[in-house]
Design a protein around this ligand. Structure first.
Ligand SMILES: Cc1ncc(COP(=O)(O)O)c(C=O)c1O
Length: 372
């Protein structure tokens, strides 16, 4: 089965381990294991495991894990949850379970490439719902209505959005759900960055709590900083979860028992995690905002949620060349817009340590001074 190369993954894999300052990271500063266990006051955590037999564990995810995930939603029960290998595993499983050759899938663009390339590789016709900077990178309901018809199997959105940090609010999300319902389509809403609101009064319910046609994917990687666990989930109606399980049996069996236990521990300590992580992204968002305000060569739509922003630069150089020069001259990594098929843009991650962000932005400024 042919599939397009996942551009952002190839780019990051080539450069992220070598650079001094990584401003391409999308996760909020991943925990050191010791830091996490100290924060939740469970330094003795691995003592328990010495007596535990390392079996496959619970196939769908342990009951405590699925209850903890269900509690992140208003109306969900453990039966609505299926643990997966990251949100990337969750998204893949949704496409694998629901999309047939010849189906129509409508997906936002630009986007995390998995959200349109996998459906295409499964033989579906993918129609792109283009997001525009002039519309705050938000889906336009009229454009969506024009693309969707009764043959549409799946509508795919991402909220908060990678790479722009735009946030679909409750009203708009309800309209998108209504379009899916009316067409008899499913709505896949990738909510990998959910919870990372820049303003404390911003809150958007999960799509899965708004419509029984919605299928939501989530992750321990971004808002919870436990990227190395490689755990995510699908939350959906019991009927959809059953369908996904049928397919998952052929790819996963189960996730790791230790990962499951650490993730469960995280879910019991969300207050600590959110306090740490909202502190990081809100402080860093302010630093980045001031930097952009003072930088005439860069423009943006300020992200409302998540840990990444999409910067537009006002000079003539291909984005990949710019990023490669920035690595070479300043040891600083950004993601070229070309990885999202969007020339003239750069993606920056601001979930990193504040010192890394400050130093990286300083070096990026030096680099830009050269072209002024
Ligand atoms: C929108 C989106 N979905 C899914 C993923 C995959 O995340 P995970 O680490 O949970 O597999 C990412 C990672 O960057 C992402 O940005």
């Amino acid at each position: 089965m042919k599939v397009d190369q996942f551009l952002v993954e190839r780019f990051l894999n080539t450069y992220e381990h070598e650079v001094e300052l990584n401003l391409a990271e999308t996760c909020v500063d991943p925990f050191e294991l010791g830091e996490f266990l100290t924060m939740v006051e469970r330094e003795d955590f691995f003592e328990e495991f010495k007596k535990m037999q390392l079996t496959y564990g619970f196939i769908d995810g342990s009951p405590d894990l699925r209850q903890g995930i269900a509690d992140l939603y208003d109306y969900m029960k453990p039966e609505n949850i299926l643990a997966t290998g990251g949100a990337i595993g969750a998204n893949f499983l949704v496409f694998y379970s629901l999309v047939e050759p010849g189906d129509t899938v409508v997906s936002i663009f630009p986007a995390y490439q998995q959200l349109y390339s996998v459906a295409k590789s499964f033989g579906s016709q993918v129609k792109l719902l283009r997001l525009h900077e002039s519309k705050q990178w938000l889906p336009d309901v009229e454009d969506l209505s024009e693309l969707v018809d009764h043959g549409t199997r799946l509508i795919v959105v991402n909220n908060p959005h990678n790479p722009t940090g735009s946030l679909i609010d409750t009203e708009l999300l309800k309209k998108i759900c209504a379009i899916a319902e009316e067409a008899g389509a499913y709505l896949l809403c990738d909510e990998t960055y959910r919870g990372l609101y820049i303003r404390s009064d911003d809150y958007v319910p999960s799509a899965v709590d708004l419509s029984d046609r919605a299928i939501v994917t989530g992750s321990f990687s971004k808002a919870f900083s436990l990227t190395g666990l490689r755990l995510g989930w699908i939350v959906a109606s019991e009927q959809i979860i059953r369908e996904c399980k049928v397919h998952r049996d052929y790819t996963t069996i189960s996730n790791g028992m230790i990962d499951d236990a650490l993730a469960t521990l995280a879910l019991k300590n969300l207050d600590h995690i959110y306090k740490r992580n909202l502190g990081i992204i809100r402080a860093n968002h302010l630093i980045l905002s001031r930097w952009v305000e003072e930088e005439p060569l860069i423009d943006w739509v300020p992200p409302r949620a998540g840990s990444i922003a999409f910067l537009r630069y006002n000079f003539n150089m291909p984005s990949e060349e710019l990023c490669l020069r920035l690595i070479q001259d300043e040891g600083t990594l950004l993601v070229p817009g070309s990885c999202f098929e969007m020339e003239g843009y750069l993606r920056i991650g601001y979930g990193c340590k504040t010192e890394t962000l400050k130093e990286g932005l300083g070096r990026f400024r030096d680099f830009l001074n050269f072209y002024r």
